[in-house]
Write a protein that binds this ligand. Structure first.
Ligand SMILES: CC(C)(COP(=O)(O)OP(=O)(O)OC[C@H]1O[C@@H](n2cnc3c(N)ncnc32)[C@H](O)[C@@H]1OP(=O)(O)O)[C@@H](O)C(=O)NCCC(=O)NCCS
Length: 181
């Protein structure tokens, strides 16, 4: 078995992306992926680099086990950062090391082969502490709380917001290898 690694997401990953979305009801908050066609639409959106979007597959034995992505606002060199992992691959520190690698890449200058972003941000519901642990492992700093932001099962839930700047320290988390970004 080859070691897990990061590579660019591709249309061929649609079946694995669909599997990730259908394996966990929590995934409905990650986007509208219900069938192969919507999985391809999701991948096309995430691979539209002209819009500042970047999607990376966490590749485990040629399977896309999870995704780390960035939706860019190119004018501001700002990116919205997110991640998900298929339940079969969770709890191994894979998302943490994948998120660290993608954030390190994204905040490096284009001259050095990086993404050229100057700020990344993300948010997670307060009742999703694993996501906060991933954010911190990837060098994100807790910036605040958006009170009662989401309506989940009839209850309003606070969201913790995080940011990482190009000038913030690179985290100690061992980053997953990133193939030719
Ligand atoms: C959140 C999610 C991506 C985590 O994936 P994962 O592969 O299990 O994450 P990791 O194995 O890398 O674990 C990350 C860290 O969380 C820690 N952790 C696990 N449960 C925790 C808890 N309840 N509280 C605090 N930390 C916790 C782990 O110890 C690990 O830290 P370590 O690497 O220092 O050991 C995954 O559960 C998922 O896809 N959820 C659905 C989508 C989602 O919520 N995405 C985030 C939206 S912002």
């Amino acid at each position: 078995m080859t070691s897990p690694a990061l590579r660019r997401l591709a249309l061929d990953d649609a079946e694995d992306v669909l599997a990730g979305f259908t394996a966990d009801p929590e995934m409905e908050r990650q986007g509208e992926v219900k069938d192969l066609e919507s999985a391809q639409t999701y991948i096309r959106f995430l691979t539209n680099a002209e819009e500042g979007n970047h999607g990376f597959a966490v590749d485990v034995s040629d399977r896309c086990a999870g995704v780390v992505g960035i939706n860019g606002a190119t004018r501001h060199k700002l990116g919205w950062f997110f991640y998900w992992m298929h339940p079969d691959f969770r709890g191994q520190g894979l998302t943490a090391s994948a998120a660290a690698a993608v954030a390190n890449w994204a905040l490096s200058s284009r001259d050095s082969g990086g993404g050229g972003f100057e700020r990344l941000e993300l948010g997670h519901r307060v009742n999703n502490p694993t996501s906060g642990a991933v954010a911190q492992a990837a060098g994100f700093i807790h910036e605040g709380t958006e009170r009662k932001k989401f309506l989940v099962n009839g209850e309003r839930i606070d969201v913790f917001t995080y940011g990482r700047l190009a000038t913030d320290p690179v985290p100690e988390t061992s980053p997953l290898g990133l193939k030719a970004p």
